[in-house]
Design a protein around this ligand. Structure first.
Ligand code: PEP
Ligand code: MG
Length: 412
C-alpha cells in the first residue's frame, strides 16, 4: 500500500489570469499528483464556493495548517482523503476551505496513487472491463457571461461530431467546424476581429438567431447534415437572463423578455429548428418543472442540468423525481471533492441520467477531466475546441487512444 508522504500547494493563475490554487500530493516520496483548480464565471447558486471568502491564499493557508491530516493515508483511498477534508470543513458548500482546494487535493491524491500503481488515472478512478471515449462537445461561438457586450445572450453554441467512429476524427471534425465558422463570420461581417470568448468560441457581435444560423451554415458548408455527422448543442445558461423580481427572462443584448412559458417556447423552437442533440440550462436554475416539460417534449435531445443540478447528489435526486432532465453536467469543483463527484456520477448512471463531464470557463492546462470523463462513463466531454487549456484535454484523449482498454466511442 502506498502512503501520502507530502502535500503542498501554491498560488497559480487560470486561463483568465485569475489566481487559483495548485496542490502537489506525493506518494511514497516519489509519485507526484499535481492539480491546478479551475473556476467558473456563470456560477450556480448552490455550487461549492471556489475559495474561502473569495481568497485563494486563505485556501492555501488552510492546506498548510492541516497537511498532517493527510500524511500516511493511502492516496487511492479517496474516501479517507475526503473524510480528512471533511474533518476541516463539514459545510455543505465547502465555505471553510473552498471547493477549489477540495478539487485539487482529492484529484492530486488519486493521481499520485495512479503514478505509484503505474496505471492511467481513469483506471485508478474506476475498475471496469472496458471503457469508452465520451464525445468531445466544444464551444464554437460564445456570448453571455463568457464574452462582451454585443455578443449573443446565449452563452454557448456547441459542436459534437456524433457520426465519428474514432476520438481523433471527432476532435478533428470539431476543429474543422470551428475554423469554417470563422470563414463564415468574416465573409458575413468583414469587420469581424476573430475575437474569442473565455472558452475559445468565436465572440462576434450577433443576435442569438444569427449566431445559430451561421453555426449551422458552417456545418453545412463542410458537407455535414445536422443530426447526422455533426450536431449542434446550446448552453442557454438561462439563470444569467432570469430576473426573479420581474419573473421574466431578460435578454439585454437581444432587447426582448420572455415569460417562463415564452422561454420554454423559445428554447423549443431552437431545439427543433437546429435539431439540437444537447440543450443545457434552457430554463433557470430553480425551474425544475419547466425543465421537465422540455425533457418530456424532446426525449431524443440531451436535456441537461448544469446550474440546475450543480453536481450535487441531493439536487440530482430532486431532478430525477421531477423528471427534469435526462442528462447532467459533472463539474468536480461544483461538487467540491472528487469523492462527492463520483458519488454523484454513480447516482446519475444508476438512474439513466447521461453524464457530460465539463471544464470551467477559467481553466488550467491540466487534463485530469479527460480521465474523469472516461471513468464516470460520461457520454460527452465538454472541454471547448481551441485554446491551449482546452486542447490539453483533447490531446490527452488522443494519447489515451493508444490504450487497449478503451474500446471506441460512447453510445449516446
Ligand atoms: C458552463 O456554464 O457550462 C460553463 C462551463 O461555464 P462556467 O465555468 O463559467 O460556469
Ligand atoms: Mg453551463
Amino acid at each position: 500500500m502506498s502512503k501520502i508522504t507530502s502535500i503542498t500547494g501554491r498560488i497559480l493563475y487560470n486561463s483568465r489570469g485569475n489566481k487559483t490554487i495548485e496542490v502537489d500530493v506525493k506518494a511514497d516520496k516519489n509519485f507526484l499528483g499535481r492539480v491546478c483548480a479551475p473556476s467558473g464565471a456563470s456560477v450556480g447558486k448552490h455550487e461549492a464556493v471556489s475559495f474561502p471568502n473569495g481568497k485563494p491564499e486563505e485556501g492555501l493557508r488552510i492546506l498548510k495548517e492541516n497537511a498532517n491530516k493527510f500524511l500516511n493515508l493511502d492516496p487511492s483511498d479517496l474516501k479517507s482523503v475526503h473524510e480528512s477534508l471533511r474533518s476541516i470543513d463539514p459545510t455543505e458548500n465547502y465555505s471553510i476551505i473552498g471547493g477549489a482546494l477540495a478539487f485539487a487535493v482529492t484529484i492530486a491524491a488519486m493521481e499520485s496513487a495512479s503514478m505509484a500503481l503505474g496505471e492511467p488515472l481513469f483506471k485508478t478512478l474506476s475498475k471496469e472491463e472496458e471503457y469508452r471515449f465520451p464525445f468531445p462537445l466544444g464551444n464554437i461561438l460564445g456570448g453571455g457571461s463568457h464574452a462582451g457586450p454585443g455578443t449573443p445572450d446565449i452563452q454557448e453554441i456547441l459542436i459534437c461530431a456524433l457520426g465519428s467512429k474514432t476520438i481523433r476524427e471527432a476532435i478533428e471534425t470539431n476543429f474543422a467546424v470551428h475554423q469554417e465558422l470563422r470563414s463564415v463570420l468574416e465573409k458575413t461581417y468583414p469587420d469581424f476581429t476573430y475575437g474569442r470568448g473565455d472558452e475559445g468560441g468565436w465572440a462576434p457581435k450577433l443576435t442569438n438567431e444569427k449566431a445559430l444560423e451561421l453555426s449551422a451554415k458552417a456545418c453545412e458548408n463542410l458537407g455535414f447534415s445536422l443530426g447526422d455527422e455533426v450536431s449542434l448543442g446550446v448552453d442557454f445558461a438561462s439563470s444569467t437572463q432570469w430576473n426573479e423580481q420581474k419573473n421574466r427572462y431578460v435578454y439585454d443584448r437581444g432587447g426582448f423578455e420572455n415569460s417562463p412559458e415564452e422561454q420554454i417556447e423559445f428554447a423549443s423552437n431552437i431545439i427543433k429548428k437546429y435539431k439540437l442533440i444537447y440543450a443545457e440550462d434552457a430554463v433557470h436554475e430553480e425551474a425544475f418543472e419547466d425543465m421537465a416539460e422540455l425533457s418530456a417534449k424532446f426525449p431524443k435531445t440531451l436535456i441537461a442540468g448544469d446550474d440546475l443540478i450543480v453536481t450535487n447528489k441531493k439536487i440530482l435526486k430532486k431532478a430525477i423525481n421531477a423528471k427534469s432532465c435526462n442528462a447532467a453536467i459533472l463539474k468536480v469543483n461544483q461538487a467540491g471533492s472528487l469523492f462527492d463527484a463520483l458519488e454523484f456520477a454513480k447516482e446519475a448512471n444508476d438512474n439513466n441520467i447521461k453524464l457530460i463531464t465539463s471544464h470551467r470557463s477559467g481553466e488550467s492546462t491540466d487534463s485530469h477531466i479527460s480521465h474523469i470523463g472516461i471513468a464516470t462513463k460520461s457520454k460527452m466531454l465538454k472541454v471547448g475546441v481551441v485554446g491551449g487549456e482546452r486542447v490539453a484535454k483533447l490531446n490527452e484523449l488522443i494519447r489515451l487512444s493508444e490504450h487497449d482498454l478503451i474500446r471506441g466511442m460512447a453510445e449516446i
